[in-house]
Design a protein. Sequence first.
Length: 158
Amino acid sequence: MNTPYAPPKSRVSDVEPESGEVTYGGFWRRLGATIIDSVIMMAITVPLLWWIYGSEALLSEDTLIAGPADILISYVFPIVATVLFWKYRAATPGKIILGLRIVDAKNFGPITTGQAIGRYFAYFVSTIVLFIGFIVVAFDSRKQGWHDQLAGTVVIRG
């Protein structure tokens, strides 16, 4: 019994861009996902930093960086976690909860590691001028922020 082989669809590319069935992730849903992600990240990092450095170092207005563990926990860990979530789950926990996925803007397939890293650092570009790079999501036809445009990604629902 010969049956033609059809490769399984990718976990991300189930939505075909030319079919017109794409719903882009809008500003408010994406903002909600960011808030959820921030709360989760703080729930992980703040207790660790408190345990390592105590309340005085964390609550002091004179201390920008409490020490080497602060750099790892406050800066390196969030970058690595975010990029890995984007690469392997197509979303951070907040986006997963709100039904959003990050995909390649051209083929709606999985993003590359380079796109994930570029998207993260492009957040700084979106932030620099009064957060306009994020605000444009509300007005763009594909709901892309500057970081999405620079990385060649879009955020879709579903």
